[in-house]
Design a binder for this molecule. Structure first.
Ligand code: 13P
Ligand code: ZN
Length: 271
């Protein structure tokens, strides 16, 4: 579709999405169709592209997203593999247009690829962030083995604070890159409204979330930054598990060392 392919700014963003999809696969976080991505591309769409006809009947949303009325998103397709999103983002994802009242969406480009089953979580997260005045454009969901492993351990599962401070304490960068820490979202069936609602609860205070025994999500203004945030916390998780495998409990940075990062890097004082 020339109207899309000739739009340099849009294609540049699609290339960045494809780049990150490739990282998710090479990291081993994206088994089969694991993970999904949505990016608000409204500001990158030409007026002509915004008027494209729907490629499939409009789909009603179970919960309205009024703050997203008239917005456009690139969304990875359900059942699609990240390793193929990396090579062919428009065969494995589509651009959708949210209706002005936020009650439904239509697929407008390039093919009628049905969006991820986690579309409720993605759109409700974007909607919530808009409703509090944030211009966040990206929701990235993936299945990092090490971070998911933490959600199988009761003390971490029951305390976002313990999980966050343990991961932060492995390397200083963890607190610097993910200053609000990780919020643990209790288990719910993938793709459900219940999971989306539980997710919004934790999104109030975090930009990274751990879905119990499932995966992580990061929100932000830039997809590379979202990837980096997950990658940094994954690194911390690896240090923790490597120490445990070697037979010792990692001492971690002290509370004083951790808290000294707040004024040193002008970080929000969370946890
Ligand atoms: P989709 O293929 O529908 O995106 O589902 C993958 C997934 O990770 C569900 O949480
Ligand atoms: Zn998932």
């Amino acid at each position: 579709m020339d109207i899309i392919r000739n739009n340099k700014a849009l294609m540049n963003e699609i290339e960045r999405i494809a780049e990150v999809a490739g990282y998710l696969w090479t990291k081993g976080w994206a088994e089969r169709n694991g993970g999904n991505i949505s990016v608000n591309v409204t500001t990158l769409m030409s007026d002509e592209a915004k008027m494209l006809p729907a490629l499939a009947p409009a789909r009603e949303l179970v919960e309205k997203v009024p703050c997203l009325g008239g917005n456009f998103f690139y969304v990875t397709g359900t059942g699609k593999r990240m390793r193929y999103v990396a090579k062919a983002p428009f065969e494995n994802g589509s651009i959708i247009r949210i209706a002005p009242d936020g009650a439904s969406f239509e697929i407008i480009a390039e093919q009628p690829v049905s969006p991820t089953m986690e579309i409720h979580s993605h759109l409700m997260m974007h909607n919530y962030l808009r409703s509090i005045g944030r211009n966040t454009t990206v929701v990235l969901h993936t299945h990092p083995t090490d971070l998911i492993g933490f959600s199988h351990c009761k003390p971490f599962l029951e305390s976002s604070k313990l999980l966050t401070r343990t991961l932060w304490s492995m390397i200083p960068e963890a607190r610097i890159v993910v200053p609000k820490g990780i919020g643990v979202v209790p288990y719910a069936i993938p793709g459900t409204l219940e999971l989306a609602r539980l997710t919004i609860e934790q999104l109030r205070t975090h930009d990274m979330l751990l879905w119990e025994k499932h995966g992580v999500l990061a929100v932000g203004d830039d997809i590379i930054d979202c990837f980096d945030a997950i990658d940094t916390m994954s690194k911390s998780a690896q240090i923790y598990f490597n120490a445990r495998w070697a037979g010792f409990e990692p001492v971690g940075m002290t509370d004083e060392q951790l808290d000294a990062l707040v004024p040193a890097f002008n970080l929000p004082d969370c946890y």
